[in-house]
Write a protein that binds this ligand. Structure first.
Ligand SMILES: C[S@@+](CC[C@H](N)C(=O)[O-])C[C@H]1O[C@@H](n2cnc3c(N)ncnc32)[C@H](O)[C@@H]1O
Length: 301
């Protein structure tokens, strides 16, 4: 089911934390609407254990810490990123704004795992405390297998009614379009769950939001192969051998034969086909195609 405009947007946590961590003004990689939606979700569902994948400066981490601190319910936050340093400023560690906010707010139970991908740490993170994660926020590379694969790795460690928040569900609809950035969109639309979206008044002319969320139900597991099926789409961000081995290792031990059958075919097909798409320069061919398309519909000269 779709729940439209059922999340009460709260802009205040971001404003509040920006007052105590002024660097946040430029460090959050989400628009204010999206941060307010994330805070609305946290306030509605009040998760105990939160997992964040895709951290960058830690701007959203800081907003979530402020929001949870204001809520006053006990919580822990674990933030995972493939990088250790922010690309724009290599003297800064990934998540530094989250660290600053945690110190200023005296939040004790916040930790980062940097330079790793989710399958390398999910089992140890899950084993740290009793109870599965009640809230997962995914904001990574937006190209397949991206968020879809990370969701599948996280799913066995989510509580039965956990909420999954996805940023960039309309990343493919940028102008000019980025048709290869379907990672979040594909997951959002293939998963069977209770879906939450709010109308975004800033997104003229369609008002479709860039952040959405879904709450897991019994049907999510029953129809999980819809999500595995998405992996048969083209992987324009192929995984290297060691990353693939890490994903294989978790999935192999956590899913049924039929799901693994789809997964195996998706991997083999993609490793066969991406040879042609990603030979030397990543995305070069995909970009050429997109450029041609954008010119055809008059978005580029
Ligand atoms: C768009 S930024 C995240 C922005 C952040 N959520 C915010 O709102 O400020 C994406 C981050 O995901 C990380 N990333 C990309 N692929 C990843 C992966 N497979 N696993 C973990 N992190 C990944 C990048 O290093 C980058 O820091």
């Amino acid at each position: 089911m779709y729940h439209v405009d059922q999340i009460s947007l709260d802009y205040r946590p971001r404003e509040r934390v920006a007052r105590i961590v002024p660097e946040l003004q430029t460090g959050v990689l989400m628009y204010e609407f999206d941060s307010a939606f994330v805070c609305g979700l946290l306030q509605k569902f009040k998760p105990r254990r939160i997992l964040e994948v895709g951290v960058a400066n830690g701007g959203t981490t800081a907003v979530m810490l402020q929001c949870m601190k204001d809520l006053g319910t006990p919580f822990s936050l674990r933030s995972v990123d493939i990088l250790t340093k922010t690309p724009k400023n290599p003297s800064r560690e990934i998540g530094y704004l989250g660290v600053m906010a945690a110190e200023a707010l005296d939040v004790r139970d916040f930790q980062r795992r940097l330079g790793v991908i989710l399958p390398q740490v999910i089992e140890s993170l899950a084993a740290e405390e009793e109870g599965k994660f009640g809230f997962l926020i995914l904001d990574t590379n937006h190209s397949l297998p991206g968020e879809t694969l990370d969701f599948l790795v996280a799913f066995p460690f989510l509580s039965p009614n956990a909420v999954v928040c996805l940023h960039d569900i309309r990343q493919n609809q940028k102008t000019p379009p980025s048709p290869y950035k379907i990672g979040s969109n594909a997951l959002f639309n293939s998963v069977v769950a209770e879906k939450y979206v709010n109308t975004d008044a800033t997104r003229i002319p369609d008002y479709y939001p860039n952040t959405g969320a879904f709450q897991i139900t019994k049907d999510t597991s029953k129809y999980i192969n819809n999500v595995f099926g998405i992996l048969t789409e083209n992987w324009l961000r192929p995984l290297n051998e060691s990353s693939l081995a890490a994903y294989n290792d978790v999935l192999r031990r956590r899913y049924a034969e039929e799901s693994l059958w789809i997964y195996e075919k998706a991997v083999i097909m993609n490793y066969n086909s991406t040879r042609f798409v990603v030979p030397k320069k990543r995305f070069s061919n995909a970009r050429k195609l997109i450029g041609r398309f954008a010119r055809k519909i008059g978005l580029r000269k």
